[in-house]
Design a protein around this ligand. Sequence first.
Ligand code: MG
Ligand code: MG
Length: 255
Amino acid sequence: MVEIKTAAERQAMREAGRVVARALEAVRAHAAPGVGLRELDAVAAQVIADAGARPAFLHYRPAFAPTPFPAVICASVNDVIVHGIPDGYRLRPGDLLSVDCGAYLDGWAGDAAISMVIGDGDPRDLELIATAEAALRAAIAACVPGGRLGDIGHAVARIGRRAGYGIPADFGGHGVGRAMHEDPHVPNNGRPGRGMTLRPGLVLAIEPMFISGGGDAYLTAPDGWALASTDGSRAVHVEHTVAVTEDGPRVLTLP
Ligand code: MG
Ligand code: MG
């Protein structure tokens, strides 16, 4: 069921989103060569705790997962697309790191992700990130009353495909509210003018993920969580929680 949020509820979600944004910015500031992924997890956990919020990913177990998620962030390095579990890995110069984070504040969820290069990056990785961010902006711009769900996926896919990137078919965005994952599913592809009509109060997580090698297929890691490209090529993931409002799209996960 798709839930419509009142203006007051959207404002409460904005506060949850702000916590997530702060956690991600703290992770970005801390990420450097030699830093371990578990250290980054601890940085995000501290920001969330200091805000009186609760991590949304820790112990979360969706239907596809064999075990509850053991961390506060997903840290997906290089060929890992999404859902990387922070482990003992230490970042190296040139790594492409995607960080996904969710939190509950006063019963409302926020969900966002950023991607970055550690140290001096390969220009192709910087372009991959810039393209995903452009796709996210275009998809956010489609979140207007009277628009359709297909407009969002179309905006993502048009930009990703034009760049020659692959798009994993089974994963995408989702409704956000009292629960981190609500209806509807928001695919990273779609036909403009098709699908559910967008109306004020709808709150969606929009999350482009692109595979630089161009294929759409992915591998699932033995841990049952991390998804990686099949050809070892690098992947990117960015995400914002966005409210459809009478005045247009409002991004809830900005700092
Ligand atoms: Mg997320
Ligand atoms: Mg999400």
